[in-house]
Structures are given as C-alpha cells and as structure tokens.
Write a protein that binds this ligand. Sequence first.
Ligand code: NAD
Length: 488
Amino acid sequence: MSSAKGASKKPVGAPSALHRGHNPFLDSVNAYFDKAAAVLDHPTGLLDQIRVCNSVYYMQFPVRIKGNIQVVQAWRAEHSHHKLPCKGGIRYAESVDQEEVQALAALMTYKCAVVDVPFGGGKGGIKINPKNYSAEELERVTRRYTVELIKKNFIGPSVDVPAPDYGTGAREMAWIADTYQAFAKDEINALACVTGKPVGQGGVRGRTAATGRGLFFAVREAVNDPSLMKKLKMTTGLSGKRIIVQGFGNVGYHAAKFLSEGGATITGIIEFNGAIVNPKGLDVEALYAYRAAKGTFQGFTGGKFVKEGNSVLELECDILVPAALESQIHKGNAKNIKARIIAEGANGPVTAEAEEILLKKGILVMPDMFVNAGGVVVSYFEWLKNISHVRFGRMDKRFEEGSNTRLVDTVEKLTGKSLSPSERTMIARGADEEDLVNSGLEDTMISSYHTIMEVFNKNLKVKDMRTAAFVSSIDKIAQSYLSLGIFP
Ligand code: NAD
C-alpha cells in the first residue's frame, strides 16, 4: 500500500512538462484546460497549481471472495485542496485506472467551481466489475475500501466526501457511511462523510434523479436561448426536439424521463447490449420497466431493436445525450454525428480530438462539467443537511402554509369569491424538502448557464462552450488561490 498524500510530496508536474497520461480521457481533460488557460492572463505557476492533481492514494487490499483471497486494486484522487472538503464519486468498473480517476477528479474541481459548489475535486475507483459479485461480496469490498480511506485520512466530512458514480449507488454509500461512523464515534457530523445515501440514512430527497434533472434544466435553458438557437439554425423550445440518449442507467434514464416530460421526443436509447429506436418517440417509463425485467431492449414492442447499439449515435436527431461512459464520441465516429447539440451527461464522453471535428461541423457541445453538475449540486445540499442536522423545510413548511392560508382567507373575504378546495391546497402548500432541493438545483443550473454564456458571447478568444466553462471555472479557482495566498 502506498499513500501519495503526505508521503509523496513531489510535484506531479507543471503544464510545461505536461505529464500527459496514456489515458486519452486524462489527455482530453488536460487539453481542454490548456485551451482555456491560453486565453487567461493568470501567472503560469498559478495555472500549474490549478491543473495538477494534489494527491492520489493507490491501494491494494485483500478481500475474501467465494472462499479465495482476491487482491483488489483501488484509488482515491484529490485533485484540488483549494476548497475543502474534496468531493467526487466512486466508480466500480474493470476499466478503472489511476489516470481515469485523476481525470475524473480534475473534472470535479472544475465542475464544482462552475456551479459555485464550495468544494475541491476528488474521485475514487475500484477496479472490479460489480456484476461479477454478490451483494455480500460488494459490501465487503466497499467496507474494506472505506477503512483504507480512513487509515490515510482520505475520507471525512471536512476532508473528502465521496458519492455514487458509475457502478455504485445509494446502497454502497450507506455501507460507507456506516463503516465511517463505526470508526468516528465522536464525530457529530459523521453522516456528512459521504453523499448519495438512502433518505433513511441521511440522504436528501431528489439526489437520485438530480443529475438527469440538472441535465434537463441545462438543455431546456439552451433551447430556450433565442440567440443560441439562431446561431444553430434551430427553433426555440424543447417541444418536438428529437433526442437520442446513450446509457439508460441513473443519468440516462432520468435525463430521458425529464426531457420527454418536458415535451421532447426521445427517438433512440442506446445500451451496451443494443439500442432501441422509434422516430415517433419512445415511452421512457415502459421501456425502463421492460429493461428492468428482461435486461435488454430486445423484444420491446414500442420501437425497433438495433443490435449494433452504438450505430444509433450516428442517426439524425437534434440533441444527442451521451450518458454512459467516457470517450464514446472519438475521432473515429465524430465525423458521422448528425446531432446539432451534444449534451454531455457522462463525464468525458467526447474526446478532445472528436470535439475539434464536431466544432468544425458547427455542432454545439454542452460540456459535462456544467451539464451533469446536478449530482454534485444536490450532494452539496445533502452535505449541508447532514452538518445542520435538520431536514430542509422542517422549520418553515407549516408556517408557510399557515401564512398562505391566511392570505387566501383575506383575499376571499375582500373579493367575496371562494377558491375550490384543490386550488386552495395548491396555493397554500408549503415547500417540502424535495421542492426546495429541486428549486435550488434549477436556480443553480440556470444561473451557471448564463455565467458560461456571458464568457462565450463576450470573450472573443473563446470559440466554444466548453472553453467558456473552463475559463469561468479556472478564473474562480485562481481568485480563490490569490485571495488565500500560498502557505509557505
Ligand atoms: P449507471 O451505472 O447508473 O449507468 C450507466 C449505464 O450505461 C448502464 O445502464 C450501462 O449498462 C450503460 N452502458 C455501459 N456501457 C455502455 C455502452 N458502451 N453503450 C451504452 N450504454 C452503456 O451510471 P451513471 O451514474 O448513470 O453514470 C453514467 C455517467 O454519468 C458516468 O460517466 C458518470 O461518471 C457520469 N455522472 C454520473 C453522476 C451521477 O449522479 N450518477 C453525476 C455526474 C456524472
């Protein structure tokens, strides 16, 4: 076992040395950073510090699996300590490696800054395919991983706060919280050591759907922007827009659900084992229930099954939402993409090389660091709930209802007219936790969209939305370092 935190103090490398990883995803994130850094006036040393990964903990630990001892490889990267705690999901996948974890951690730093969440970026990964393990085995792996993080101070409410990512969910987060609590008996904020927990274990209502819901708000804001739509030669509004989604997990399913409820037509959904298409629109809920029962789209009567799933990425549509994994749109298929807008639900689904091709074709790429930030925004709300030890709305819901009722009574008395019982209930209703979480998420996504677009529209050196988001984000982090000063 080795810890880079504290133990490995040597700098990871300056942008001049580049430290290009062999993982194309890390190369892409660094290339995007460099492109934005080139239009900024901050000192090179400061940009170096923002770009490098502050610490990485690589661990290998034994777990008993089916009577044998298996050595499991895992990582936790803390990309930036400019604000604490660090924040970022934990991924369970066979493809996990150190550079992927570092790329994801870096994205978290930029993402938090872009949506004004006061955290540094972090990310964790365990190199396993969760489908090959029973729930009991996954619990053992998760708890042992948590203990490793505790031993090296890579987890804690004020240090580093994981969340779900690809291959993990509320169940794993509950195991992490329970393990951490066992070791931190006197820590009153222990539950804030991880977010994305089940609601009964300190989670917040609205977290599961947050990333897909946030994506919906981001896309809705873009298609309702008349000047952007004019540039893209598209009509305004979501109604009737044809959308293809790749990945039908947490992000993909919720994105498809909210976009379809918002008036868009979901014409294709892609999974690793085949896609389903219907130009008239797919019934998202029916498809979700079908896949949950059968594990495939094959046989679903509401659309045509396509065995070569990824070929559907290249079909005609208005908006493409890659919401599965990174590097799905690469230099090999970018030239065939026909969508007018790509909204990145996944982290890093478009490689830097592919983006150059897409931009030349006039396609708008809405970047992951903004589009899928809904998860971390609501994770921030969950962390706030945990450290304040009270459910949102608990103090004021009834008071608000009482005030609204008195207001309605007064209006009725003055006008001599009465509202129906359902109108009365609707107007008087006070906001509960989920209302407040969704409202905070909507406000964050809308105001972040306008901050990014202001850079995009006003800075003549910025030619694309991702660079605009990076510029906005790097500027905020630079200001934070400049006002903090550098500790000797
Ligand atoms: P998930 O495990 O719930 O779902 C991923 C889905 O993609 C699964 O249904 C899987 O079968 C499918 N998939 C895998 N390979 C595929 C392929 N080649 N083609 C099509 N589908 C494929 O994971 P998730 O939480 O939805 O995460 C998806 C992406 O979104 C990841 O990049 C993750 O980092 C990112 N993300 C997730 C969150 C969150 O809150 N969950 C937040 C921000 C970003």
